[in-house]
Design a protein around this ligand. Structure first.
Ligand code: NAG
Ligand code: NAG
Length: 855
């Protein structure tokens, strides 16, 4: 029971904190609305590696046992293919070691990198015996080099990997052994020495690699700095003491001209340093501790590269995702000026990581060979002093951490797991530059988002994979005019344009979407992609503040339908209103006056239903959609209907009343059926929001249908889960949760009583129940009943319900401290959390939460 209380209090904290993060994309593009280009070959799976050719005309795709070359403008056009299958012998050998013959013991392409102008460097897992080869592009043939791929490619296709080719040398992060237990970051070079990381916990501790990239030092920089290769991964923390493995996002870097040490750190990196990345929302105390992907935005328009990362959490905010961005200078400051961490043995065999405050040897450990080192006559890492090398070997971890730009996430979104990110830069017509983030989810969606100091918003979401395949790779082609995004999954590759301007059919829609790629073309009378138009800047209309009043009067006003209806008096009319924006609210006017929608005359869902029309109902009905953008409301007519009523002779009053009554009832039932059908089809979030939408417009709509019934009509949605999505205020949320909790408690109690698990005092009570022949509640409606009944049963004196069992009032729930000032007094001393000032994570709440799991 204690466990449940903790869980509940954690859930309440979570619910209260996260309501603000229901970021609704303005537009949703289903695959039927936008025909995306697909690439898929029968019996080929795991399209996991994507690479664009240097001229960007060809997209290379590395899948399982095959490499393809396709036209990058239209990926359904296959140019070449090169199969690379495991031999029968290898396949057998692998399956004898206990791996699956049909899946694991195949050749998964994991490295696909440009080699020189006319070849690619490729590596595959090759039935747990990784090999590398060169793919000659003219003939599209593998040269059959069969180089040992250990250290460059994982053995196990399920294991993480990353690699980047820099000046002909391959830098990779992967695992080195069959079991995958030895993580490694290494360089395979043709002219420099091969280098690798130490096999030691402080260097790499169960990392999951997500990205690697090079950042070039500016030419002729005054420090004589070197090009650096950055690695991003999530690993198990050594510096935080936690009763469980605590994951932490890391950035690590090495210098390109590193040659290893002469004696100490021979053939090992002398410049390997790592730091933790912080992605933390201080206002809500949300911590994102798992980095899933990184994109480094390098653009001539930027003073310095910006690192974008997508994060999820294993801590308090499970189910949420965030994007954090980092400036390169903040990263560099940590490595070049920050403090190091060092391990200290406290008791026997118990080490603790603390800030190193002693004297740091010179040249600075882990620094590249720059002008300062050269001035001290250290021209290569090979002649660095032992002291420096020994220091960096023992202190690869920085004490300072890399904080995100603005000290908080760029974007936080709930109920989504972000997997990959690419970022494009586009200069809008007003001259300002926008970083447009394209973020994929594990359910086959792509979110296009913009974030600045004023707001964060998702312009649109695109259904990339209708079968909800997880997006495993994203690639942006930055050809100046025609830009595409390529996404790979286990079953196919899909190509999508960066914007769908032409699908926005009116000027108002074009402006309200606030997409920096799109502008209204008054001459063509259409919404166009500004990158594809030339020299028309002056006539194009773009307003990223969404001021649609700038649209010319002549422009298409977006009325999609204007209809004339002629109906008989006494019948029921249904007027449809469809609009694209998920953010719009809807209202109706009748003969230019606002229509008050009250039953029994009117009912409103997506359609307006007018019951028992009379000649007074004849006139013009208009459906308006309203959007509020930066506190300004903009309304537009999306549908227009002219209703005419055919006169019919008046029947007897009594009959009319009877029929209308019946019709009314029928209509009402039909309406609720519509509502239910819709809710079951839509996702939970949508369903709930929409439902709230109705009640918002029409408070009197719920004479018979309670919220509970709507919830119960949604499949596989726990009431608790659905509840926190609603916009009810915090107080009623708490009350509902408490009720749900009581209900669960009593269900348990009743069950235990029924089964006779409880002490004898309770059995009396059970007998009473058995005699009254009550059944255990089965469905939710019965459950409601059940709550009432058990609430009555609660009246039984506390001392009758057994000594150990707490009375329902005394759950300790009210006295449980909330997340904000939660204490961990119930913990024993070995898991006491340190509250150091510089500790980036406030783990109090999580301890409590996770502890409940452990009970
Ligand atoms: C490869 O694709 C198959 C088919 O979708 C999937 O079941 C499997 O998990 C994938 N394997 C890897 C290593 O991604
Ligand atoms: C570096 O080497 C040069 C030539 O070998 C020598 O003249 C100079 O004094 C040395 N400088 C230092 C700081 O050791």
């Amino acid at each position: 029971m204690e466990m449940a209380v903790y869980f509940l209090s954690a859930l309440v904290c979570f619910a209260l904190k996260t309501e603000a993060f229901a970021l609704e994309p303005r537009l949703t593009w289903q695959e039927t609305e936008i025909s995306l280009t697909h690439f898929q070959v029968q019996d080929v799976y795991n399209y996991s590696s994507l690479l664009l050719s240097e001229d960007k005309d060809t997209l290379y795709i590395g899948a399982r046992e095959v490499i393809f070359a396709v036209n990058s403008q239209n990926i359904s056009e296959k140019k070449h293919e090169a199969y690379w299958k495991v031999t029968e012998v290898k396949n057998e050998e692998c399956s004898r070691k206990g791996k699956s013959k049909q899946t694991e013991c195949l050749n998964y392409i994991r490295v696909l990198q440009p080699f020189n102008g006319s070849a690619l460097f490729v590596c595959g897992t090759n039935a747990f015996q990784p090999v590398c080869d060169v793919l000659e592009l003219n003939r599209f043939k593998l040269l059959g080099k069969n180089e040992d791929g250990r250290g460059r490619c994982p053995f196990d296709p399920a294991q993480s990997y990353t690699s980047v080719m820099v000046d002909g040398d391959l830098y990779s992060g992967t695992s080195f052994t069959f079991l995958g237990s030895e993580p490694i970051i290494c360089r395979h070079s043709q002219h420099l020495s091969h280098l690798r990381t130490e096999y030691a916990v402080p260097w790499l501790n169960e990392p999951r690699f997500v990205h690697a990239d090079v950042i070039r030092a500016p030419e002729n920089n005054p420090e004589g700095d070197d090009d650096k290769i950055y690695f991003f991964f999530t690993e198990v923390s050594v510096e935080y003491e936690f009763f469980n493995k605590l994951l932490i996002p890391r950035i690590a870097r090495v210098c390109k001209s590193d040659q290893g040490g002469l004696r100490t750190l021979q053939k090992k990196w002398t410049t390997f340093l790592k730091a933790r990345m912080i992605c933390h929302s201080p206002e809500n105390n949300l911590i994102f501790n798992v980095v899933n992907d990184v994109f480094i935005l390098k653009s001539p328009m930027l003073k310095e590269p910006i690192i974008y990362g997508v994060f999820t959490s294993h801590l308090n905010n499970v189910g949420m995702s965030a994007v954090c961005s980092y400036s390169l200078s903040s990263v560099e400051d940590v490595f070049t000026k920050g403090k190091y961490m060092q391990s200290a043995t406290v008791e026997q065999a118990h080490t603790k990581w603390v800030q190193f405050n002693g004297e740091i040897p010179k040249p600075r450990p882990g620094a590249c060979i720059n002008n300062e080192a050269k001035a001290m006559n250290y021209t290569s890492s090979l002649n660095l002093p032992d002291k420096t090398l020994q220091f960096v070997k023992d202190h690869p971890l920085m004490d300072d951490s890399v904080a995100p730009i603005g000290k908080k996430p760029k974007l936080v979104h709930q109920n989504v797991t972000y997997t990959q990110i690419v970022v494009d830069q586009v200069e809008a017509l007003d001259g300002s530059t926008y970083d447009v983030m394209f973020i994929s989810t594990d359910k086959g969606m792509l979110h296009k988002a913009i974030s600045n100091d004023l707001e964060m918003r998702i312009i649109e979401e695109i259904v990339l994979f209708p079968d909800h395949q997880s997006v495993q790779t994203l690639l942006l082609s930055d050809k100046t005019s025609k830009r595409f995004i390529y996404a790979g999954s286990n079953t196919e590759v899909v190509q999508t344009p960066v914007a769908f301007c032409e699908k926005l059919t009116s000027c108002a829609e074009c402006i309200l979407t606030r997409d920096p790629y799109c502008a209204w073309h008054p001459v063509k009378n259409s919404c166009v992609n500004i990158l594809e138009e030339s020299n028309t800047d002056r006539i194009l209309i773009q307003d990223l503040n969404g001021d649609a009043s700038r649209c010319p009067d002549s422009a298409d006003k977006g009325i999609r339908e204007s209809m004339r209806y002629k109906v008989k008096a006494g019948s029921t009319v249904e007027l449809k209103c469809s609009y694209k924006s998920n953010l719009a609210s809807v209202f109706w006017t009748f003969n230019k006056k606002a229509l008050t929608i009250n039953p029994p005359k009117y009912l409103l869902y997506n359609t307006l239903i007018i019951l028992n029309v009379t000649e007074w109902d004849a006139g013009t009905y208009q459906c308006w959609s309203q959007e509020v953008i930066m506190d300004k409301a903009f309304s537009q007519v999306v549908m227009k209907y002219d209703l005419e009523i055919k006169r019919t002779p008046l029947p007897l009053t009594s009959t009319t009343q009877a029929t209308t009554r019946r019709e009314e009832i029928m209509e009402t039932t039909r309406f609720y059926t519509i509502a239910k059908e819709k809710t079951t089809k839509m996702s939970t979030t949508q369903a709930v929001t929409q439902f709230i939408g109705i009640t918002h417009f029409n408070n009197k709509i719920t004479p018979t249908v309670s919220e509970m019934e709507i919830f119960s009509s949604m499949p596989d949605v726990g009431v608790g889960k659905a509840l926190y999505l609603t916009n009810t205020n915090d107080c009623s949320l708490l009350i509902i949760l408490v009720i749900v909790f009581f209900f669960l408690f009593f269900l348990l109690l009743t069950y235990n009583c029924y089964k006779g698990f409880l002490p004898a005092t309770c059995l009396k009570y059970r007998d009473a129940m058995m005699h009254s022949k009550k059944k255990t509640p089965l469905n939710l409606k019965d459950c409601e009943q059940g709550v009432k009944e058990t609430l009555v049963e609660k009246v039984c004196p506390e001392n009758q319900c057994g000594g150990t069992q707490k009375a329902p009032h005394d759950t300790g729930y009210e006295t449980e401290p909330d997340c904000g000032n939660g204490s961990i007094t119930h913990k024993d001393d070995e898991t006491t959390v340190e509250t150091e000032k510089d500790q980036p994570f406030d783990v109090k709440c999580e301890i409590k939460y996770a502890d409940s799991d452990g009970d």
